[in-house]
Design a protein around this ligand. Structure first.
Ligand code: FAD
Ligand code: NAD
Length: 465
């Protein structure tokens, strides 16, 4: 499989932007037989984001959660061209994509423009900062693998520096204060992982400073996890209280300095909170390339949150552009679950499109011979009509899960025509098994389970490697 590297000029070119949840699910389910497929993404792998918070403290190793995009495409009937590059511009009128190698090592080609017949746009989002000064300079995000690695490094740096000879008491308190901004699932899961690291490992390896570690979660709304049921919000907040994680709700970060954040509380009082490590998890915003694309179609694309698509994921105002995942503005939450179901749906649309071209070719050939049986023609027409019918995208919610630390998770599951909310140890086992079973490959599953066993037997590695 996948040995014909050259393009077939008789087949349309399908350009796919991204290698995240949306694009990967699309590629996995796509029959490439009738298309010249080109994949462009600055990341040459798929990342299983739901377990990313575990990488920040070494519960899981970074490479256990990724799968090369070429592993996915190499099993296809026709070869798929994969370029590690960032798309810089999409021209929906000329139907072209311009992309560039943005990695450290560059060859002789700087920037390339390719035409497309179909474009599948799944570039995700970038981190929301609300334009708050200092966030990009001083805070760590938690979206990419490199972010999780950076947090792990910085966390250990703070702890080693706090343990440094004759460190002042005030400085130890600052360095050992880990502040998380944003009480959505990313912030909550990170705080939970950090708590586990403190209890299971830091107390053992850094007894001189471990008790000084404090975790503070800052959330602008009246409670954390607004998307979960009330009962699970309360359960999370009480678990955090037990675990001595301070939750400051109705508190908004206004400014970020190198060693402190400036916050405004519910009484409009402003105060400064010193920190050693700051993790910023306040959600998503559109990438510059997406904003640029919207600006090219101002009449049709006028929602700041993301790209407007119809029920078939067709981008409004553009011809043959399909958008999915976090970069879109739909009724659905920006989750992996939505992006992967959209990818799967869109692959079915393209598979039907491919079959349609094939049946049209067969029908034209049968008619051209003049000797084809009427029954044969009729059967081809029927097949053609069947594949020409495409249903709109339908999302099926499988539930929401989040890990909250100390071997407890929360689960909101749509069961028995209603919602079942569960929090605790059983939900934790369900969370683990649900994510292991959705990991990309047997290799990923083996690595993740081996990491869990390793941590149980030997603890987390505290080396700042
Ligand atoms: P992404 O997966 O972000 O993929 C975007 C892709 O586009 C990437 O490969 C990127 O490299 C590429 N790209 C970026 N710019 C360009 C460009 N200019 N040109 C070409 N390619 C580009 N959701 C859940 O449902 N359950 C969870 O438990 C869950 N946990 C999460 C935990 C964390 C820490 C985070 C950050 C998110 C979590 N999510 C979860 C949300 C989920 O990860 C996103 O909703 C999902 O990744 C969206 O998929 P996507 O394909 O739209 O974007
Ligand atoms: P989010 O948008 O869900 O939450 C961000 C939070 O930050 C909000 O509650 C917001 O009120 C708060 N905030 C914003 N500005 C602030 C400020 N200046 N000061 C204090 N608080 C501020 O973001 P997320 O947690 O990164 O999640 C992004 C998406 O990914 C969501 O759709 C989420 O469901 C999904 N996700 C799901 C899971 C899971 O299911 N386990 C895990 C992670 C992410």
């Amino acid at each position: 499989p996948g040995t014909q590297l050259e393009q077939d000029p008789t087949k349309p070119t399908l350009v796919v932007l991204g290698s995240g949840w949306g694009a990967t699910s699309f590629l996995k389910n796509l029959d490439t037989d009738e298309f010249n497929v080109v994949v462009i993404s600055p990341r040459n792998y798929f990342l299983f984001t739901p377990l990313l918070p575990s990488v920040t403290v070494g519960t899981l190793e970074a490479r256990s959660l990724i799968q090369p995009t070429r592993f996915i495409t190499r099993h296809k009937k026709r070869a798929v061209q994969v370029y590690e590059a960032e798309a810089q511009d999409v021209d929906p009128i000329k139907k072209t994509v311009t992309f560039q190698d943005i990695s450290e090592i560059k060859g002789t080609t700087a920037s390339v423009t390719v035409p497309y017949d179909y474009l599948v746009y799944a570039v995700g989002c970038e981190n929301q900062t609300f334009g708050i000064k200092g966030v990009t300079e001083y805070a760590c995000f938690l979206k990419e693998l490199t972010d999780a690695d950076k947090i792990r490094q910085k966390l250990m740096d703070c702890i080693e520096t706090a343990a440094f000879k004759d460190q002042s008491q005030e400085e130890i308190d600052r360095l050992m204060h880990m502040v998380v901004v944003g009480g959505g699932p990313t912030g909550v899961e990170y705080a939970g992982e950090l708590h586990d690291f403190l209890i299971d490992d830091l107390k053992k390896w850094y007894p001189e400073v471990a008790d000084r570690l404090r975790i503070t979660l800052i959330e602008a709304l009246p409670n954390v996890l607004p998307a979960f049921s009330k009962q699970l919000i309360q359960y999370t907040e009480s678990t955090f209280r037990e675990n001595k994680i301070d939750v400051l709700t109705r508190t908004m970060v206004k400014d970020v300095k190198e060693q402190s954040v400036v916050v405004q509380d519910a009484n409009k009082e402003i105060r400064e909170i010193p920190y050693g490590l700051l993790v910023w998890a306040t959600g998503n915003t559109s990438r510059p390339i997406t904003r640029n694309l919207m600006n090219k179609l101002p009449g049709a694309q006028n929602v700041r949150r993301g790209l407007v698509v119809d029920d078939y994921l067709n981008m409004t105002g553009a011809d043959q552009v399909y958008c999915l995942g976090d970069c879109t503005a739909t009724q659905y939450a920006p989750t992996a679950q939505v992006a992967s179901q959209q990818g799967q749906y869109l692959a079915q649309v393209f598979n039907k499109l491919g079959q349609k071209s094939k049946f049209e070719r067969d029908l034209a050939a049968a008619r051209a011979t003049g000797t084809a049986e009427p029954a044969e023609i009729e059967s081809l027409v029927k097949k053609l009509n069947r594949v020409a019918k495409v249903n709109p995208f339908h999302y099926s919610h499988q539930g929401s899960l989040a890990y909250i630390g100390s071997e407890k998770a929360i689960a909101d599951l749509p069961l028995f025509n209603g919602n079942v909310a569960s929090g605790g140890g059983a939900a934790y086992l369900f969370w683990r098994s649900a994510y292991v079973s959705t990991l990309y490959s047997i290799r990923n599953r083996t690595l993740v389970m081996a990491d869990w066993i390793k941590v149980k037997l030997f603890g987390r590695d505290v080396s700042r490697a």
